[in-house]
Write a protein that binds this ligand. Structure first.
Ligand SMILES: [Zn+2]
Length: 121
């Protein structure tokens, strides 16, 4: 979902996908007509449980982002349910997900620092 900043209408991902837009192109909010732009965003990491209701939405998000040239990592965690990392205190997979998220974030920060150093004179 993408929310229209003017009227807060939720624009369905499949609706945007059907337009086959590239980053920088625009479409109009179906509720208020405001022109909305497809923008490039930072690389995404999506953790989703294999048994949760948002699995298909996570897959659709990964697809749309990939088509918009956004780097995407989609991890489907077997047998996991919605927001399982929140149960890290009692669930091994929750602890694993939190640790993995920490490693990925550290790697992203380090990669950004290396990229920043390479552009300085
Ligand atoms: Zn709107």
């Amino acid at each position: 979902m993408q929310r229209c900043p003017e009227c807060e209408n939720d624009v369905d991902v499949e609706e945007i996908e059907a337009l086959e837009l590239d980053a920088g192109e625009t479409f109009n909010c179906s509720a208020c007509g405001t022109e909305l732009k497809i923008v490039s965003i930072a690389p995404l990491t999506i953790f989703v449980g294999a048994t949760e209701a948002l699995l298909d939405d996570a897959i659709a998000l990964a697809r749309v982002a990939g088509l918009a040239d956004v780097s995407v990592r989609l991890e489907i965690w077997p047998s996991m349910f919605h927001i399982w990392p929140n149960y890290h205190q009692v669930l091994a997979q929750g602890r694993q997900a939190v640790a993995r998220a920490g490693r990925l974030l550290r790697e992203a920060v380090e990669a950004n620092e290396i990229a920043d150093r390479s552009v300085k004179p």
